[in-house]
Design a binder for this molecule. Structure first.
Ligand code: CA
Length: 242
């Protein structure tokens, strides 16, 4: 992975860079938010590790500007405080994950791997596949014109299926996307929730958009059923410029 570490404490930055390089990653360093914005805009990183406490513009603001600039690289925020408000501010500002200092290096690396596996963050646009639309910012989803009433987990599951429509996703990928690390990958929670989701997404409409891929997991069929109409047709537009 190619990583950008944004940290103004030189010792910690050097330590992180060394550790990540030793595990085979390419690492660039920035010690201010401004430098981070410049670097992230000019090179393709797989992930950014962003400290909240930075001299001029802090990590929250840096992250907001990154997203406003259209940078979709996953961001892992480092926060010194474990305050809930800080985590919320970070996640609302467009961070994808956070770690509270002091943290375990192994955990940092594992979280980075997970972030990178999920790939570039989608901009705040409406996701669509066939008759389905989902607005991640507004947390609303529709089948055709009918709005779907989904629980948080159902929504998270549908979101990951939509983001990777047409791909066979194994249970582990679905579990990682919608549940925290504490879940046993052998549990059948994914199957149970896919069942719930089908009752809301497919059954009332007589569709079979969520396909079972034998021996693997599930796939959202982008083309099957529904209109499969032209891309770019207007959905409920909300840029979520939060
Ligand atoms: Ca700092």
């Amino acid at each position: 992975m190619r990583l950008l570490i944004v940290e103004d404490e030189a010792k910690l930055a050097a330590l992180l860079a060394r550790g990540l390089r030793e595990t085979g990653h390419a690492v660039d360093l920035a010690d201010t938010g401004e430098e981070a914005l410049w670097r992230a805009g000019s090179a393709a990183y797989d992930a950014v590790v962003l400290d909240v406490g930075l001299p001029t513009i802090d990590g929250f603001e840096t992250c907001r500007r990154l997203r406003a600039d259209g940078v979709r690289t996953p961001v892992l925020m480092l926060t010194a405080r474990g305050e809930v408000e800080d985590r919320i501010a970070g996640l609302d500002g467009g961070a994808d994950d956070y770690l509270v200092k002091p943290f375990d290096f192994g955990e940092l690396e594992a979280r980075l791997r997970a972030l990178v596996r999920r790939g570039p963050v989608s901009a705040a646009v409406v996701l669509r596949a066939g008759p389905l639309r989902l607005d991640p910012a507004a947390r609303r989803a529709w089948h055709g014109d009918a709005e779907l009433d989904l629980s948080q987990k159902e929504f998270a599951l549908l979101e990951v299926l939509l983001r990777r429509a047409g791909e066979a996703l194994d249970r582990r990928a679905l579990l990682e996307a919608a549940w925290d690390d504490a879940y046993d990958p052998r549990s059948n929670v994914v199957d149970v929730y896919v069942g719930y989701l089908r009752q809301k997404v497919d059954r009332p409409f007589g569709t079979a958009l969520i396909a079972t891929v034998r021996g693997v997991g599930y796939r959202l069929d982008a083309e099957s059923e529904g209109d499969g109409g032209p891309d770019g047709a207007a959905g409920p537009k909300d840029d979520g410029a939060a």
